[in-house]
Design a binder for this molecule. Structure first.
Ligand code: FAD
Ligand code: MLT
Ligand code: ZN
Length: 508
């Protein structure tokens, strides 16, 4: 049995945990005069507003005021949908003069409440800026508007035998500008690295309306400070990304995957080492699913990839993907791996399945990628996307479950499930806590800062890939020192002295 006290250091216990509700007394609401000005910049169809002169039906504006989980509810009375960088620039220039807060919004799939207005800020939706500007099939460099949907970009470059360097379950809705602004990780990070490496250049409208054109297509450019890095993961607090130059890798000639059932969590680490050693350069993903998450997936129609007998009392599962240059060679490696795993004196796995067709390949991935939607169907999720040492993944999940049990909050009346899945290969755990009957303050109070303290105690990160948004703004200090936060505030002050750009997000 895991003892909770072993996780919590007094130093963190004594740290003050305050949830501040930001007030934006320095900002103005959008009024009819503002709408008249926006009408001189944008076509009428690009302006949505509940104010009388426009009178957009509430149902049309509602999707911009609620996040994907239904956890964050916005207050924006108006939404602007520019089509060009110039229009973005003119809107921002005007908002700066009038001190109107701006919330940039992409596909609105973010999971930390970053794209939702907190008070009366205007929503600037990038979805109408969705053109590919250029693609060079020799270098693989793609230049596109920020509002292009990730999947559309994948489809655009597929005939040229290239793939996007990132992939995530939200690919059908999320936009490349949103991906960059959240520094999204996803399912290909293990192979292609983070956007800090693959993004070559950006075009950004700064908070005073100036267009910062750094849309370079150079692989190498060592000319002073690399400003684009500030906007990668900037979550719209420093400017609006309008254009993106990104390096796309050639599509692998052969992709395969296997799905493995493990008797116990303790086998995951040695399995990771074994798989890395045996598959070497062809391993492209190593994903983790615990038993609770697997069973939930099954209940919602994902899989089954293995029969109930095969799964038995397996505690967790691992998905391994390979991307290589030669199907026969890769399959031979995978078959050897499976045989070695199954015939070892003390097998690390109970059983496993190797995909034999593109359909099977896709259904193995569908089980992993579909978990987020299943969680959503189970109730209201508290989603903690954390980095912790791999060996602690399951201990963290178990500690949270025990905590809810000890507080009488575990069961169908409150928290119905606590589960873990994620990108083991990147040390990234997705701890999901399901509130069967909706979000309640006492549930949140039991979870936070408890989880952030556990993470800080393991020297982890309170946000591995989803960002800070408004959810973790007040938890930033668990992963960043006072000096770091101070530097971040100074940078914000330089770019956005009026604090109009996504106010109340990221920085406490
Ligand atoms: P939004 O949600 O619209 O915005 C996110 C943040 O970026 C906000 O702060 C917003 O203000 C800002 N922003 C958006 N566009 C711009 C812009 N052009 N300029 C400046 N700021 C901007 N995330 C991962 O990292 N890995 C995953 O594997 C992953 N899987 C997911 C699966 C599902 C099913 C879902 C629903 C979400 C998943 N996410 C994942 C979270 C989310 O999809 C990503 O964070 C994604 O990058 C957000 O893109 P978006 O266009 O929806 O941005
Ligand atoms: C994932 O890896 O599935 C995503 O980050 C979304 C989630 O945490 O559910
Ligand atoms: Zn993820």
């Amino acid at each position: 049995m895991l003892r909770l006290h072993s996780f919590i250091r007094p130093a963190f216990r004594s740290r003050r945990w305050v949830h501040n509700t930001p007030t934006f007394s320095h900002l103005n609401s959008v009024n009819e005069e503002d709408l008249a000005h926006f009408s001189s910049i944008l076509a009428p169809t690009s302006i949505l507003s509940t104010l009388p002169s426009i009178s957009t039906p509430a149902d049309d504006i509602a999707p911009y005021n609620v996040d994907w989980m239904g956890k964050y509810h916005g207050q924006a009375n108006s939404v602007l949908r520019p089509r060009t960088t110039q229009q973005v620039s003119e809107i921002v220039k005007y908002c700066a003069q009038r001190k109107i807060g701006i919330v940039p919004q992409g596909g609105n799939t973010g999971l930390v409440g970053g794209g939702i207005s907190l008070q009366k800020e205007i929503v600037l939706s990038l979805g109408a800026m969705n053109n590919v500007r250029s693609f060079d099939p020799v270098s693989g460099i793609l230049v596109a508007d920020a509002g292009c949907i990730l999947q559309s970009l994948s489809e655009y470059i597929a005939p040229h035998n290239h793939i996007m360097p990132l992939d995530l379950g939200a690919k059908g809705s999320c936009q490349i500008g949103g991906n960059i602004s959240t520094n999204a990780g996803g399912l290909r990070l293990l192979r292609y690295g983070s956007l800090h490496g693959t993004v070559l250049g950006l075009e950004v409208v700064l908070p005073d309306g100036t267009i910062l054109d750094q849309l370079t297509t150079l692989r190498k450019d060592n000319t002073g400070y690399d400003l684009k890095q500030l906007f990668i993961g900037g979550e719209g607090t420093l400017g609006i990304v309008t254009g993106v130059s990104i390096l796309t890798p050639p599509a692998p000639q052969a992709t395969n995957n296997i799905f493995l059932a493990l008797p116990r969590f303790d086998n995951v680490l040695p399995l990771f080492q074994t798989v890395k050693r045996q598959l070497g350069e062809i391993m492209s993903a190593f994903e983790y699913i615990d038993r609770t998450a697997y069973d939930m997936g099954l209940q919602h129609g994902l899989g089954p990839l293995l029969s109930a007998d095969e799964v038995g009392d397996s505690q967790c599962f691992v998905l391994v993907e390979t991307s290589g240059g030669n199907q026969d060679h890769d399959l031979e490696k995978l078959n050897n791996l499976l045989e070695n795993l199954m015939t070892a004196d003390e097998p690390l796995i109970n059983t496993g399945v190797l995909s034999q067709s593109p359909t099977q390949f896709n259904s193995i991935w569908a089980l992993r990628e579909g978990l987020t939607e299943c969680v959503q169907k189970e109730g209201k999720p508290y989603k903690y996307d954390v980095s912790v040492p791999l060996a602690d993944f399951q201990k963290v999940v178990d500690a949270v479950r025990e905590r809810m049990i000890s507080k009488g909050l575990y069961g169908d009346h409150a928290i119905s499930k606590v589960m873990g899945y994620g990108h083991v290969g990147d040390g990234n755990l997705h701890l999901n806590v399901i509130a069967k009957h909706g979000y309640r303050p006492e549930l949140e109070a039991a979870l936070e800062p408890f989880i952030y303290e556990i993470v800080a105690d393991r020297k982890g990160s309170v946000s591995a890939e989803h960002g800070i948004g408004s959810m973790k703004r007040d938890a930033l200090h668990y992963s960043k020192s006072d000096v770091s936060i101070d530097c971040m505030k100074k940078i914000k002050q330089v770019f956005d002295p009026l604090n109009i750009m996504n106010p109340g997000k990221v920085l406490p």
